[in-house]
Ligand binder design. Structure first.
Ligand SMILES: [Zn+2]
Length: 306
């Protein structure tokens, strides 16, 4: 085989791999749809590369293996998509979470590039709400000089989460290798502190957009509920894996701070989503992470929107 044709094949293979794994992160036309009075767009922040061992280490190995195989996660690492939701109302452009920024993983922090590629001017964003204070949701708030990326926006943070990351218990609640999460959360919270509004479950911080309590992944993790139709919940990291979170909601991923509470939250949220047939947007579900939840046997399944 000549060098040329070999190179062509390699390039084609690389392109196919790229298309399958990473295209949503760079797609110029992101997934967009209308819900009631809202226009939603899901923008990829890229993806995280995480150890497969983080996925339910407590699960019975044989059952775990079946689900990992079904998810095509048989290696030691997997790619976890990161889907940021942008909501347009009559008066506001609202971002739910801000991605990883440039200090977490080289495969993430693509939000601003992808917004630009989609023709969205980030300076028009008026409000930001954070589901929780983990790096992939919060660290995009500042640039490499620790300055606000969106200096004119108002930021909304759940009070329990704000207090947790600033308090002494933050370092006690995390394994040592993740102590950097606390430093990063405090750095970003310090940057937004003059522009932050503290919210709690039940607060309708924009008409038709309400904060709901979904604790456990972190102490103060919240989701957002949008009125209209059968409802829509932007679920942050309450449901992170397209198979495990739905079929085995009691299994405990390493990333959850309060594992029993996170499992109870998953059950409750899944129950509600399946009963109401509300849409779900999951931050780490396969891009765009939009779908509905159905009951399946004694558990649930995620049905992605087509
Ligand atoms: Zn996350």
């Amino acid at each position: 085989m000549s060098n040329f044709s070999r190179r062509t094949i390699l390039a084609a293979a690389a392109t196919t791999f790229f298309a399958a794994r990473a295209l949503p992160a760079f797609a110029a036309t992101p997934y967009a749809f209308k819900h009631g009075a809202f226009e939603l767009t899901v923008i990829s922040d890229g993806h995280l590369v995480l150890p497969v061992s983080f996925l339910a280490p407590d699960a019975p190995p044989a059952e775990r293996e079946v689900l990992l195989k079904a998810a095509d996660q048989t290696g030691t690492q997997f790619n976890s998509p990161t889907n940021v939701t942008l909501i347009r109302t009559a008066n506001d452009l609202i971002l739910i979470d801000m991605g990883s920024g440039d200090r977490f993983m080289p495969t993430a922090g693509k939000l601003w590039d992808n917004l630009k590629a989609a023709g969205i001017d980030k300076s028009k964003i008026t409000k930001v709400i954070f589901t929780h204070g983990h790096p992939d949701h919060l660290w995009g708030a500042v640039d490499e000089l620790d300055e606000l990326v969106l200096p004119d926006a108002t930021f909304f943070v759940a009070g329990v989460e704000w207090d947790f990351w600033k308090g002494d218990n933050a370092t006690l609640g995390l394994p040592a290798e993740r102590a950097g999460f606390v430093t990063g959360a405090r750095r970003n919270y310090a940057a937004i502190k003059d522009k932050v509004k503290i919210v709690k479950a039940g607060d309708e911080f924009v008409t038709g957009l309400r904060v709901i309590d979904t604790p456990g992944h972190t102490q103060g993790h919240v989701s957002l509920e949008l009125s209209g139709g059968d409802g829509l919940i932007v679920g942050g990291d309450a449901l992170t894996h397209p198979l495990i979170s739905f079929q085995q909601p009691e299994w405990k991923p390493t990333a959850d701070h309060v594992p029993d509470q996170a499992a109870a939250t998953r059950r409750k949220l899944l129950d509600r989503l399946a009963a109401d047939r509300s849409k779900l947007i999951g931050f780490h579900l396969p891009y765009p992470g939009v779908g509905i939840v159905e009951r399946k046997d004694s558990a649930y399944r995620f049905v992605a929107a087509t």
